[in-house]
Design a protein around this ligand. Structure first.
Ligand code: F6P
Length: 568
């Protein structure tokens, strides 16, 4: 494929487009009755089983998708990523989150320099610092142990760490190491989030970790200034040095903010924000809560998938299979959404994290060379843990729009419950739904079946399920730190595969900039109106009307410069 040409102009893309009609003729009921097909549509790595037999695809589709991968130079692109080439061309950066979890003896080059020693220097610093905090060797300004942590950050500096924290919270090993400690996350610039985060915490026993790749993000910096004030007001300004540390690539701004650079934990511009959970962004707050050895297992899990992704043949490669079939669903079958449905409450923050990884990465309108795309890229990702989602939006998934689903199940519960006299244990009850839902979506229920069940005729249209709705089932043996790392990396690489095939830059995020700059203008006008009584000007009718109403309705905010912190 020549540079500037689009993947949709290649033979394999056209071949797949032509193939759609064949597939549309075949219902999943038929596809699932083909044992040979189903046997070959399973892939396993390290105890993780992927069943993709409920995709609207046959073996021919897979061959054609592999041809598409070749036309997209997928293998070369993966190699370029692992080799540290600057594949994020619009920001002139390499994409090396794989180095964050590489073993100490690995060699991963960026611009000819092995970055693994730098990674481990920071990891060792985190291990040492988190042990000092956890053991009480590092104490707060009034001599108390810092048992609570508030991590301030947003987007990639928040969602990944929150997902991993939530997943570890009920893991027996992690629980043991988190005794007596709390980890909270302050992300939203909404003062309500400040109030909720500091509620019940004592500044004397709290460590604040400011996490920002750039150290310029408006929300994070205002929240950081707010908590700096919360600490200073209670303990005096000198206490900040003991109660605030930072994670950033911009150590100059960290120092300017007033945090000792010795208490800053670095990462690098070759780590994208949404791919940064394995850097100090996630490793520091998680190590403070659970201890470094637990977090190291999480890194090892992610690394095991990196190696699998790099070396397994595409036909057995979990992220590649997931990625190629996702492209098939979006670009050929025309299903633009994806539901992420973990049957584990511990994974309740997985879908919100993947929303950013996927939608910020692949929600693009031009190719990597800047050519407008005639096809849509990226999925509209959403999800909730089963079974909660079943009682919420599954109606639409079963009888409304077709939404390809990812069902994620775990063989052994983190917290098993057995009740005497119950037919099955509680985890079996949960998993009964995990096994039933994909079949309900695939097979549906016909009018004939309903007639046989003596369903009254007027109700038959309402009770009919068309079926033929695709899903993946991913079954993990356990949900411990190692497996959580694996799950993360499977999705990170799957999303990269999709972007590589679509020919886009999955590692920049220019689409978030415009809203930020418009907010800056509004902020200036709010200031001028409140402080100097200037009229709202320079906006369109709609914004002027809304802003005026807002200012009139909140005219009681103090005019003088003052500090007021939440009262709860
Ligand atoms: O939302 C845009 C974004 O740049 C994300 O990519 C990033 O994860 C987030 O803001 C936070 O950025 P930072 O870590 O620099 O504060």
């Amino acid at each position: 494929m020549a540079s500037n040409s689009l993947i949709c102009e290649t033979g394999p893309w056209k071949d797949l487009t032509a193939h759609v009609e064949n597939i549309k003729k075949t219902h999943l009921r038929e596809l699932l009755s083909d044992t040979e097909r189903c046997t070959s549509m399973m892939a396993e790595f390290d105890g993780i089983l992927l069943d993709y037999s409920r995709q609207c695809a046959n073996l021919d589709t897979l061959d054609k998708l592999h041809n598409l991968a070749e036309a997209a130079h997928l293998k070369e692109k993966i190699n370029r990523m692992f080799n540290g080439e600057r594949i994020n061309s619009s920001e002139n950066r390499s994409v090396l989150h794989i180095a964050l979890r590489a073993s100490r003896d690995s060699v991963i080059n960026n611009d000819g320099k092995n970055v693994v020693p730098d990674v481990w220097q920071v990891l060792d610093k985190i291990r040492d610092f988190s042990e000092r905090i956890r053991s009480g060797a590092w104490i707060g300004a009034t001599g108390k142990v810092l048992k609570d942590v508030i991590a301030i950050g947003i987007g990639g500096s928040f969602l990944g760490p929150l997902f991993v924290h939530t997943a570890l919270q009920t893991d027996p090993e992690a629980i043991e190491f988190a005794q007596g400690r709390q980890l909270r996350f302050l992300a939203n610039v909404d003062p309500i989030d400040v109030a909720r985060n500091i509620a019940g915490l004592n500044p004397e026993t709290t460590l604040v970790v400011v996490v920002s790749k750039t150290f310029t993000t408006a929300e994070t910096m205002l929240n950081a200034r707010t908590l700096r004030e919360w600490i200073s007001a209670a303990l005096g300004p000198q206490a900040v040095a003991k109660h605030m540390v930072a994670v950033s690539t911009n150590l100059m701004l960290v120092e300017k903010f007033g945090i000792d650079p010795n208490n800053a934990f670095a990462f690098w511009d070759w780590v994208g924000g949404r791919y940064s959970v394995c850097s100090a962004v996630g490793v520091l707050p998680l190590s403070l809560q659970y201890g470094f050895p637990v977090v190291e297992k999480f890194l090892k899990g992610a690394s095991s998938i990196d190696q699998h992704f790099y070396s397994a043949p595409f036909a057995k490669n979990l992220p590649v299979l997931l990625g190629l079939l996702s492209v098939w669903n979006v670009s050929f079958l025309g299903f633009p959404a994806r539901a992420i449905l973990p049957y584990s409450q511990a994974l309740e923050k997985f879908a919100p994290h993947i929303q950013q990884v996927s939608m910020e990465s692949n929600g693009k309108g031009v190719s990597i060379d800047g050519v407008p795309l005639p096809y849509g890229t990226g999925e509209i990702d959403f999800g909730e843990p089963g079974t909660n989602g079943q009682h919420s939006f599954y109606q639409l998934i079963h009888q409304g729009r077709v939404i390809p689903c990812d069902f994620i199940g775990v063989v052994k519960s983190q917290q098993p419950v057995y009740l005497k006299g119950e037919m099955v244990n509680n985890h079996d009850e949960l998993m009964s739904n995990f096994f039933a839902q994909p079949d309900a979506l695939a097979y549906g229920k016909t009018a004939e079946q309903l007639l046989k069940e003596n369903v009254p005729r007027p109700l038959i249209p309402h009770k009919t399920f068309s079926g033929n709705r695709p899903s993946f089932s991913l079954l993990l043996p356990l949900l411990n730190a190692y497996n959580i790392g694996q799950l993360l990396a499977i999705y990170e690489h799957r999303i990269a595969v999709e972007g590589f095939v679509w020919g886009i830059n999955s590692f920049d995020q220019w689409g978030v900039e415009l809203g930020k700059s418009l907010a800056t203008q509004v902020r200036k006008h709010l200031h001028a109106s409140r402080k100097k009584g200037e009229p709202v000007e320079g906006f369109n009718f709609s914004t002027t009307t809304m802003l005026t109403r807002y200012l009139q309705g909140s005219a009681d905010v103090p005019k003088e410069d003052c500090t007021i912190l939440p009262k709860m």
